[in-house]
Write a protein that binds this ligand. Structure first.
Ligand code: NIG
Ligand code: FE
Length: 412
């Protein structure tokens, strides 16, 4: 009998998400490849074997009887590093002010930009570590992080450096995105700011970012601006992502398809043409239901239409000062209760498809031999309990690269 570092045995449900390495669409989003009474052997940070009869001896054995085991959540859209907070905006929202009303008053992103520019690197890092610790406690083992609260070269670069150093220092793996085009800073015209991004910022992202993102929205960056920035970004090896169709339909989804973007995110106002274009080009739709929730909007992204239209769907928190949550379990719950996704679809969107949304599907996102051992053990008997039993932390244990990094007292 072979010997391994860690054996998790007899999970009541082991949701492996094993299967194709392509982003899952349509009916495939409902296939979690569940093994009942499943076990998983882990050695040197990697998964060695998965199945019903895994006969390995191990240094450490975890009895997962009555529990659900699945890949760690992947959060493919966060604005992780920012200064300050905006809890006072909740009162404004309750008085009927919209996201754009608050932004036009100099609040919103602009307020956070000021707070971020004035914050020391140490305090920004400390606040981000706190958020990462919360993410880990709620089962997130990999995330994406965007800049965008600097809006000038020095601070944008500082944010990129913080993201990259946190990636090496924190158990959570962080994939970096440059989002210099998050808003137009007060001191510039759009055209001048575009020149700044193109001349002063993009050339400095080398080795620090994999993706380039734009907030493509009415009165922010137009389709033309977005195309220019994302096309320039490609010259530096940055894969396009786009904040699209969040408040007004501007055609951002079709632009994503045209440019070969990996993802288009938000999509509340997506048109039928946008759906067809994304499906044809294979652009992943990253849905962020925390945002309409925190803005008290009646409308959520049309997940059912997107799935029917064969667009692969991922879920993310959008963690930012307007929508402050680190909790992917809550996103799965909103996906089911507000967007009518099934539990299995939501779990695929928060694990395997989320890995695809940051180009990490060959390392993480499913429990298959030779993938990184990023695993969560839930204090519940099956995956359907995850949305059903909502508003609490069901994650009992988090294993990152084969090491137990989080253990809740309840259930273990
Ligand atoms: O994805 N919409 C643009 N960016 C963020 C919000 C940022 C903020 O309000 O600070 C988003 O929702
Ligand atoms: Fe965002």
């Amino acid at each position: 009998m072979e010997h391994v570092d860690l054996l998790i045995k007899n999970a009541s449900e082991l949701a492996t998400l094993a299967g194709s390495s392509q982003p899952r669409t349509g009916q495939m989003m409902r296939e979690l490849a569940i093994i009942q009474h499943g076990s998983i052997a882990i050695h040197k940070g990697k998964i060695i074997a998965v199945g019903k009869n895994v006969s390995y001896s191990a240094d450490q054995v975890i009895d997962a009887t009555g529990k659900t085991v699945m890949p760690g959540f992947i959060d493919p859209h966060t604005h992780l590093v920012f200064g300050g907070s905006r809890e006072f905006e909740l009162d404004m929202k309750l008085h009927g002010l919209s996201y754009m009303d608050i932004l036009a008053k100099g609040g919103g992103i602009q307020y956070t930009v000021e707070q971020t520019r004035n914050a020391s690197e140490t305090s920004l890092r400390k606040a981000a570590v706190h958020r990462l610790n919360t993410m880990l406690a709620y089962g997130t083992t990999t995330c994406e992080a965007k800049t965008g609260y600097g809006l000038e070269p020095t601070t944008e670069l500082k944010l990129l450096k913080i993201q990259n150093s946190l990636h090496t220092q924190h158990p959570i793996d962080i994939v970096s995105t440059f989002l210099g085009a998050h808003a137009i800073p007060k001191e510039y015209s759009v055209e001048d700011y575009l020149q700044q991004i193109i001349k002063e910022m993009l050339p400095k992202t080398k080795g620090l970012a994999e993706f380039c993102d734009v907030f493509c929205e009415k009165n922010v960056f137009s389709i033309k601006h977005s195309e220019r920035i994302l096309t320039e970004g490609k010259k530096y090896g940055l894969t396009p992502k786009i904040h699209a169709e969040e408040i007004v339909n501007t055609g951002g989804a079709s632009l994503a398809a045209k440019l070969g973007a990996l993802t288009a995110d938000h999509l509340l106002m997506i048109s039928d043409k946008g759906i067809t274009d994304m499906a044809q080009a294979g652009v992943i739709g990253v849905l962020l239901p925390g945002t309409p929730f925190s803005l008290m909007m009646k409308k959520y992204a049309p997940a059912r239409k997107l799935i029917a239209g064969q667009v692969p769907i991922a879920l993310a928190t959008d963690l930012n000062p307007n929508c402050w949550t680190e909790n992917m379990q809550f996103m799965i719950q909103l996906a089911c209760f507000a967007m009518k996704m099934t539990p299995a679809e939501a779990i695929t969107a928060a694990t395997f498809n989320a890995a695809c949304a940051i180009n990490r599907q060959h390392q993480v996102g499913s429990l298959e031999p030779f993938k990184q051992a990023d695993i969560i053990i839930l204090n519940c008997k099956n995956h359907m309990m995850l949305p059903y039993h909502f508003g609490i932390n069901l994650v009992g244990m988090v294993i990152k690269k084969g090491k137990i990094v989080q253990k809740q007292s309840i259930g273990f």
